[in-house]
Structure formats: C-alpha cells, structure tokens
Design a protein around this ligand. Structure first.
Ligand SMILES: [Zn+2]
Length: 270
C-alpha cells in the first residue's frame, strides 16, 4: 500500500500550474491535498467494486444498493486492518463531510432525500460508525470528534458485527481458492487539458493497478472486467454492468482536490 501514494513530488508543479490552484499552499499542503484526493478516489473505486460484486455474484441485497456498495467498500478496507487503508476511510469520510459543507443550499431538497444515495453526511457518519464499531479503542476519538454520541458508538459495534458476518458469509463463495478467475484490464484514457493535472494525480497514485491486483488475487471473478480512468464531463464514477467496466472520472479527483484545497485555505491552521 505504501507505493500507492509514492511519487507525488513532481505532481506538485502540475497542481501549482493549474489555473484553479492558488499559490498560497505550501509544498507540504499540496502534497497533503494530493494524497487526500487519491485516498478519496480510492474509496470510490472500492464502492464501484461493491456494485460489480453485487452484479457479478448476484448478491442478495435488501436495501439500497448504494448503501450496500458503501458498506462493502468500507468493510473491504476496514477488515484489512492496515493503517493505509484506515487512512483511506478517514479521508473518504472527511470528503463526504466537506461535500456536505460545500452545499450551497441550507435546505435539503426532496430530490436529495429520495436519491438512490444516502446524504453525503450520512455516508460520512456510516464510515466512521463502522470504524468505531470495528475498533472502539482505535476510533472512539475520531467518532467523538465528528459528533457521534456514546450510545450510537456502542450500537455501531452491533452494526459492524452484523454486516461483517453477512459479508464474510456471502464473500466466502467467491474468495479465490485456486488459480481460477478472470482478469482485470487497467486503462487510462488521455485527459483533456483542463483535467490533465487531476488525471496525473490519479494515474501516479497507481490506484487502478493496485486495487485491480488486489481483487484478482483475492477474488475469483466470473468475467473479465476493466478499470478505466477517463474524462466523463462530470465529477463521477460508475459501474457499467453491460461491459463489466468500472469507470473513474478524472473530474472526480479534481473535485476532491477542490474540496480539500478550499478547506485548507478556509482554515489555514488545519
Ligand atoms: Zn454507487
């Protein structure tokens, strides 16, 4: 996982040369912002893999698939018990809080309530809830910091245990036991000029390669899949079941960068 966020330094110049990035950031802050954007994008990749698993393994779900995909992503990262993966979860939760804070409207619209996704702030709390549910000693402080009270922190332990039991039971059927299983092809399409800096940050994190290898090694995929980085015209990511493609849009990495840079400039003391 270490090499994941390795060669960042030269990307700083790319970020600084991007018109949307103010010069006030120090080199250290720029590197922090890049790592944050890579981690937040990585969580979204695991979320899309959640959709891929639901489709490819025909997982029984009785709830909104978007919540299921989030929980699969969180559990895959959390059960690894790896500090780098914990940091992906923490930065992802932070990204949802920032996204919630950046909403221009104070009133939540009906469209947000009936959306297939939970509200950004709910997605943030759910990640932290499962973290504190998994390891109260390690994550109680962050759970308290974000405002989850003691009662809920305790019931999060039940939520974590229940979801983990069900996930381990379901995934047992497709955990790789022999050498069988289809491959994942990684493709980076060239970016248009506007998002070249974000594409470089995304590609240099080697996120698609690393996660593709992890999935290939640990799960027996029934059909070949592709992980694709590309421009989409919107800050998004999606799973296309007709092609078994996971698409990560460069605009999404740019959006995560925007959120954290705005936050750094607003609260320069951190
Ligand atoms: Zn989704």
């Amino acid at each position: 996982m270490k090499r994941f966020f390795g060669a960042l330094v030269f990307i700083c110049s790319l970020v600084f040369s991007s018109p949307s990035y103010p010069q006030e950031l120090t080199d250290e802050q720029t590197q922090e912002a890049i790592t944050f954007a890579q981690r937040a994008a990585t969580y979204v990749l695991y979320h899309e893999i959640g959709h891929l698993f639901v489709a490819q393994y025909e997982l029984p779900i009785l709830g909104r698939e978007e919540d299921v995909a989030d929980n699969i992503a969180t559990l895959m990262l959390l059960l690894a018990e790896d500090e780098d993966k914990d940091n992906i979860l923490l930065d992802s939760a932070h990204s949802w809080f920032l996204s919630n804070d950046s909403a221009t409207d104070d009133v939540i619209s009906d469209a947000e309530f009936y959306d297939s996704h939970s509200l950004d702030i709910q997605r943030a709390f759910q990640i932290i809830c499962l973290m504190v549910g998994a390891d109260p000693a390690l994550f109680a402080e962050v759970a308290t910091q974000v405002g989850i009270d003691d009662d809920r922190q305790e019931s999060c332990q039940f939520d974590f245990a229940q979801l983990t039991n069900n996930w381990l039971r379901l995934s047992e059927a497709f955990i790789k036991k022999t050498n069988e299983g289809a491959k994942i092809e990684v493709i980076y399409e060239p970016s248009d000029e506007e998002f070249e800096y974000a594409a470089a940050i995304f590609q240099n994190g080697e996120i698609l390669e690393f996660v593709a290898k992890e999935i290939e090694e640990n799960y027996s995929l029934p059909a070949p899949a592709r992980f694709i980085g590309k421009n989409c015209g919107t800050a998004n990511a999606y799973y296309d079941p007709s092609k078994n493609d996971v698409v990560m849009c460069y605009e999404l990495t740019a959006r995560f960068l925007d959120l954290i840079v705005e936050d750094m400039l607003r609260y320069p003391e951190g």
